[in-house]
Design a protein around this ligand. Structure first.
Ligand SMILES: *[C@@H]1O[C@H](CO)[C@@H](O)[C@H](O)[C@H]1NC(C)=O
Ligand SMILES: *[C@@H]1O[C@H](CO)[C@@H](O)[C@H](O)[C@H]1NC(C)=O
Ligand SMILES: *[C@@H]1O[C@H](CO)[C@@H](O)[C@H](O)[C@H]1NC(C)=O
Ligand SMILES: *[C@@H]1O[C@H](CO)[C@@H](O)[C@H](O)[C@H]1NC(C)=O
Ligand SMILES: *[C@@H]1O[C@H](CO)[C@@H](O)[C@H](O)[C@H]1NC(C)=O
Ligand SMILES: *[C@@H]1O[C@H](CO)[C@@H](O)[C@H](O)[C@H]1NC(C)=O
Ligand SMILES: *[C@@H]1O[C@H](CO)[C@@H](O)[C@H](O)[C@H]1NC(C)=O
Ligand SMILES: *[C@@H]1O[C@H](CO)[C@@H](O)[C@H](O)[C@H]1NC(C)=O
Ligand SMILES: *[C@@H]1O[C@H](CO)[C@@H](O)[C@H](O)[C@H]1NC(C)=O
Ligand SMILES: *[C@@H]1O[C@H](CO)[C@@H](O)[C@H](O)[C@H]1NC(C)=O
Ligand SMILES: [Ca+2]
Length: 534
């Protein structure tokens, strides 16, 4: 599918999928020029700087906020950095940046956000610019990592739910065309978590924004996710309660989960390839009378059972699936601390109940129903009809770590299956435009005991020289531009997560609904020892 070019400066066009590289001949002057000419009523240019490769930007000195914990960023290639303030309503605006490489592949890309933020993800701008994308990132309508700005400002909530990213794409594409004096060839998206949700929002409601969307660990069913995140405090109680487990006790649970379930995939390697197969039974750890060593009290066994049970609403409907087994070492430090979870607190205080005095300890299942019914600015992002995106030729690559301690990996197949039934398309049909990969042993977007480095971010791509099969973003380009769809996603685990120490193992992650089964346990560190089975 070729876009219609509108600029008078269009180079030779052909149907070839090989894209012509375009090199800006005098980037410093071009950058200065765009800074003074690209203005409109809604778009104010804060600055446009030509930045040579290797520059270490000090971010507090311009328009980033210290609460975003991104003090500096090294710029990987020569580029024009344009910082803008874009008005989205009379009471809201976004801070938007475009990084326009001097050596441009002709491709456009938008990055996303994370959690409740509020933060331009400069590391993602750097990562995608390094591949020659003209790339944009916005602050999602507010500054910092908390949700206080949502209070009594539904326009800022709308920016957070969808408008910041869509606006950034619209403005970013215009700016790209104006800077390079030609249209982009294809448009891409890369994001995880809240960023994964932003990718699905585009596929559902803004099908023209992208040709290829890479969306990880999506925070879809957003209101219910916030409720589920909050319900763990109800289950565990505070850290003085008899129901609360300390991290050492969760380590005991983790070991017991491995004992019960690690071998289900054919090899005991500390990784659950498919945690959905694990029907964990914590009663195994019940203490006998008079013994409290390496076992759990009845109250704690009940806590563990509830953590690994689906969460149901007042009307008996499912709010959110269970936490998947395997994530408990990390989740013990996030959800099971006996402390409020800040995202839940902010979403309920400022966007749902609009009561700044509300405490997370007040959360009840009735609040979950209120949140689901209110669904501010359509943030749930649960529509199963992706036909507009499919019909325009868009491709969607979805991944989720199977040891995610923040968004249970079981929510992703639930969404995928929602698309199956809504569109009436079995996987064999969905494969034409939507593929979902389960990444074993990956935590929330990155990290973990598995082969989690799949090229999803700077962090996930220690080795950027790897071929497209090892890099999910490059793999998406292959699918969109060459029709070469991925059957597996290849991940790498480095020794101590450090590329310079060498490869620990490589694993091919399977396309849902297939799962990985080890067929050669003696050689399980080799990709050939595994097979994708139903
Ligand atoms: C970039 O500068 C910051 C200080 O502003 C420093 O802490 C950081 O190490 C520098 N990064 C590199 C790669 O030099
Ligand atoms: C952006 O919007 C916020 C919230 O309404 C406001 O406080 C801020 O002053 C605005 N920024 C600019 C530069 O207008
Ligand atoms: C531009 O980038 C391409 C690869 O993306 C590379 O092959 C080419 O040599 C680069 N050109 C210049 C002048 O750096
Ligand atoms: C975010 O911070 C920038 C820089 O201080 C400011 O111009 C902008 O108005 C802030 N945005 C909001 C929504 O407050
Ligand atoms: C329990 O939580 C309090 C904060 O409320 C903290 O100061 C204390 O260290 C915690 N105790 C344990 C055992 O984690
Ligand atoms: C206490 O229970 C643990 C876990 O079941 C067991 O390993 C240990 O042998 C028991 N100790 C005694 C004294 O019964
Ligand atoms: C959200 O939870 C409500 C119950 O509070 C349920 O009726 C609804 O179906 C859930 N929505 C999604 C997308 O899971
Ligand atoms: C990997 O990390 C562990 C723990 O930090 C350390 O003991 C070990 O020596 C490291 N291995 C290498 C090869 O650096
Ligand atoms: C990086 O990738 C290249 C090409 O596949 C490979 O030869 C090299 O060994 C890799 N390096 C590391 C540290 O993984
Ligand atoms: C493991 O792989 C090696 C080759 O790398 C092969 O010789 C050996 O037979 C394999 N082990 C088993 C049990 O198949
Ligand atoms: Ca295993």
């Amino acid at each position: 599918m070729l876009k219609m070019y509108s600029s008078a400066f269009v180079p030779l066009l052909c149907a070839s999928t090989t894209l012509a590289q375009h090199i800006v001949s005098d980037p410093a002057s071009a950058c200065e020029a765009i800074g003074s000419t690209f203005q409109s009523e809604d778009v104010k240019i804060n600055f446009a700087h030509y930045v040579p490769a290797g520059t270490n930007l000090t971010l507090e000195q311009d328009d980033n906020l210290a609460t975003c914990d991104r003090p500096s960023q090294v710029v990987p290639v020569d580029l024009c950095r344009v910082a803008m303030l874009v008005t989205t309503s009379s009471i809201s605006n976004i801070t938007l940046e475009a990084w326009l490489p001097t050596n441009w592949t002709g491709r456009f890309l938008s990055t996303g956000n994370g959690g409740m933020s509020g933060c331009i993800q400069y590391e993602d701008l750097a990562y995608t610019a390094s591949f020659g994308f003209a790339t944009v990132g916005a602050n999602n309508g507010h500054n910092g990592t908390r949700g206080t700005a949502f209070y009594q400002n539904s326009e800022i909530v709308a920016d957070f739910a969808w408008r910041s990213m869509h606006t950034g794409v619209v403005v970013g594409k215009e700016l790209t065309q104006a800077y390079y004096q030609r249209d982009y060839s294809k448009s891409y998206y890369l994001g995880c978590s809240t960023g994964g949700k932003q990718g699905f929002k585009s596929a559902q409601d803004f099908p023209d924004d992208f040709d290829g969307i890479v969306a990880g660990a999506p925070a879809v069913a957003f209101n219910n996710l916030s409720s589920w995140s909050g319900h763990f405090l109800q289950i565990t109680g505070s850290n003085t309660s008899a129901t609360w487990l300390d991290p050492a006790e969760w380590a005991l649970v983790h070991q017991d989960i491995l004992t019960q379930c690690d071998g289900l995939d054919g090899v005991v390697d500390g990784i659950l390839e498919d945690p959905d197969l694990c029907t964990y039974r914590p009663q195994n750890l019940q203490c006998s009378p008079g013994n409290s060593t390496n076992c759990l009290s009845s109250a704690k066994v009940n806590t563990v059972a509830q953590v690994f049970a689906p969460y149901y609403g007042v009307d008996g409907s499912l709010i959110f699936p269970r936490m998947q087994p395997g994530s408990e070492l990390s989740a013990a430090l996030i959800y099971y601390t006996g402390q409020p979870f800040s995202y839940t607190m902010d979403w309920f205080r400022y966007a749902i109940l609009e009561d700044p005095t509300w405490e997370a300890t007040d959360f009840t299942v009735q609040d979950a129903a209120i949140a689901a019914a209110k669904d501010p600015a359509g943030i749930a992002t649960w529509k199963g009809d992706l036909s507009a995106y499919k019909n325009k030729g868009g491709k969607l690559l979805h991944y989720h770590g199977q040891a995610d301690p923040i968004i249970t990996s079981e929510n992703s197949p639930r969404y995928y299956d929602n698309v199956v039934t809504t569109m009436g398309m079995p996987s064999s049909d969905l494969d034409s435009f939507y593929r979902f990969f389960r990444i074993s042993g990956m935590g929330h977007c990155s990290g973990g005991v598995g082969a989690w480095q799949i090229g999803q971010t700077t962090l996930g791509a220690a080795n950027t020289t790897l071929d497209a099969q090892h890099n999910i973003l490059l793999r998406m380009i292959d699918w969109v531009e060459n029709g070469d769809a991925p059957e597996t996603v290849t991940g790498v685990k480095y020794v101590n997560d450090t590329a310079s120490l060498g490869v620990s193992f490589v694993r091919q992650h399977c396309k849902y609904p297939l799962r990985n089964q080890c067929i050669d346990p003696d050689n399980y560190t080799k990709p050939e020892a595994w097979s994708c089975v139903l």
